[in-house]
Design a protein around this ligand. Sequence first.
Ligand code: CU
Length: 155
Amino acid sequence: MKPIFKQLFNCLILSCASFSALASVVLTEGHVRAMPDTVPNTAAYFTLENHTDKAVRLIAVSSNVAKDAQLHTIIEDQGMVKMRHVEGFDIPSHGALTLTPSGDHVMLLGLKAPLVLEQQVELQLEFDDGEKMVITLPVSKQADIAAEQEHHHHH
Ligand SMILES: [Cu+2]
C-alpha cells in the first residue's frame, strides 16, 4: 500500500476501535418533572436506545442539582403503589429503556435549589462496563399537561 493509503487505513481502524459501545447508546427524549418550590425531590424520565450488539446496564446516576440520585421502580404491593430503590436498569441489545412516571424512573433527592421551567439539568449516567455518559434534560410540567388543558377549557 502507498503510505498515504496505509495511513488512512490505520486511521479508519483506529476510529472504529475507539468507538465505545456507548457511542451508540442514545437519548431520544426526556424531561425532569417540575415541582412546587417546597418539594425537595423530583424525578427524571427519559428514553435510551441501545444500538449496540451487547446489552448494557445503567447502574448509577448523579446530578449537580441534587444531593443524591437513585434508580427507582414502582411496584404494586397488596394494592398499594410503592417506589423501590433498584440496583440497575438493563437495556437490551437493539432495545430501549423507557423511564416513565408509572414505572422505572430516576429520583433526584435533596434539590440544592428549586428547579425552574425550561432549566437544563445535566445527569451523569454510569453503566456496568464502566462507561459514562452525560445527558441534558429540560425541566417540564409534561405530566401535568392534561390538567392544564382542562383548566384552560373552563375559561
Ligand atoms: Cu422514586
